[in-house]
Design a protein around this ligand. Structure first.
Ligand code: PA5
Length: 418
């Protein structure tokens, strides 16, 4: 039973879906899970990766991360989509504000002001680069790489620049791989059978996360605790089944809701994971995310009384590592309570109000937020997402629509030469 293996508690009692309907679909969901584990599908290396990615490989990343922290103030990760989203989500969630080396991200937009501001922030401080691209050819990543490489060449010269450049890509010839080999930069392999958005538990995510001083051993242990077919037996795939039931019932949007601003990028990671895996062949739930209590004062109105095209998935944490008391001089009845107490009241109040309005609500609760639980959460959602996509009959692991925009954009860029 899932309950014994994971800290993630999923409550489906407010979905309005008949439990017998969910039970009736469990066989189909188990078939999908078996297909993921059987190896018959391409790009399912992530399924076993937490077990197969050895302790020695994790320790090596930890050692390299320590070496990197010893020589730079900023570790600048260049990547887009699955090549940065998971790392940023985890760094934002777990990084200690006292970390000596700051992990920054670029190469996920084409905004010149963003690059200028980064350059200003980094200034004369010591820098290392982490260039992450499975294909080794992505425009966002490689144009940013060119800009930062030139700056590093001026400051450090070619040899030192190569020694300060860490590359994560597939172990086969591509622009980035070939350049790293020629220049002697350190290369970390992204397995050929793992796609970008399922790669956070590989060096793609783990290297930047380790440089941020976060315990990647504990993250991997959390993921390993779930990494078995048994975890997802019985009611273990009910979240995926419920999503599919909503889609069949005409809901088109899943709203992930958080009460903790450090989850903002985790929401982005979920949007990428589900949106890019499921949104094809005219199908898929549109994933979006809201941050409470901020968005209760904006989208809260729509949720309560607007078009009922969505269902909600609350992702909440029971315990907070820090708490702050509201002083007695504050307004009653808040005075003397803690911020966390009020946050939990907000959470219960919103859920009650939405359930009373007839909005379907899924609740996913975590006992606390630490590395182990985060590892569980990442693997949990990867599995639920892949099963969801298979239940709706689409391939979770391709992104033909993304390729379309790349082609069109490249044509405009090439035309600039004329
Ligand atoms: O999930 C995916 O496959 C994509 O979002 C990719 O991660 C993204 O397009 C970046 O690709 P690459 O790692 O090849 O630079």
């Amino acid at each position: 039973n899932m309950e014994t293996r994971t800290d993630i508690k999923v409550d489906l009692k407010n979905t309005g879906i008949d439990p017998s309907e969910i039970e009736g679909r469990r066989g189909e969901a188990q078939d999908a899970l078996n297909r993921l584990w059987s190896g018959e599908l391409d790009f399912t290396g992530w399924v076993r990766d937490p077990l197969e990615f050895s302790d020695a490989a994790v320790n090596e990343l930890i050692d390299v991360a320590a070496e990197i922290r010893g020589k730079c103030d900023y570790f600048l990760v260049l990547g887009v989509g699955g090549s940065f989203m998971g790392a940023k989500a985890v760094v934002d969630l777990l990084q200690s504000p006292e970390a000596d080396t700051r992990v920054l991200f670029a190469g996920y937009n084409f905004n010149a002001r963003y690059i200028h501001d980064l350059l200003r922030e980094i200034g004369d401080a010591d820098l290392c680069l982490c260039v992450v691209s499975k294909s080794g050819t992505t425009t966002e990543t490689l144009s940013a790489y060119g800009i930062f490489k030139e700056i590093m060449l001026e400051k450090y010269g070619p040899e030192e620049t190569a020694a300060r450049t860490y590359v994560v890509t597939e172990h086969r010839s591509n622009y980035l791989f070939d350049m790293a080999v020629a220049e002697g930069s350190r290369i970390f392999d992204l397995a050929l059978d793992i796609g970008g958005r399922y790669s956070v538990l590989t060096p793609v995510g783990l290297l930047p996360i380790a440089v941020a001083g976060i315990d990647i051993r504990a993250i991997m242990n959390g993921a390993r605790a779930l990494c078995s077919r048994e975890t997802f037996r019985s009611d273990g795939l009910d979240y995926a089944i419920t999503r599919q039931a909503f889609a069949d019932a005409g809901k088109t949007i899943e709203v992930y809701e958080f009460f903790d601003p450090y989850f903002a990028y985790f929401g982005e990671w979920l949007k990428q994971l589900f949106g890019e895996s499921e949104g094809k062949d005219g199908k898929g739930l549109f994933p979006t995310s809201l941050m409470f209590s901020r968005d209760l004062h904006s989208m809260g109105q729509f949720l309560q009384q607007g078009t009922p095209c969505f269902f909600e998935t609350f992702i909440t944490v029971d315990e907070t590592s820090e708490d702050v008391e509201i002083p007695v001089l504050a307004m009653k009845p808040f005075a003397g309570k803690t911020i966390q107490q009020i946050n939990l009241c907000a959470e219960k109040g919103v859920q009650d109000a939405h359930v009373k309005a007839g909005i379907p609500v899924i609740s996913i609760r975590l006992p606390r937020l630490d590395e182990n639980v985060t590892g569980q959460l990442l693997y949990y959602f990867e599995t639920q997402c892949a099963v969801s996509a298979l239940l709706s009959g689409v391939n979770p692991f391709n992104q033909p629509g993304v390729e379309d925009y790349k082609r069109e954009m490249r044509a405009y860029i090439t035309a600039l030469d004329k």
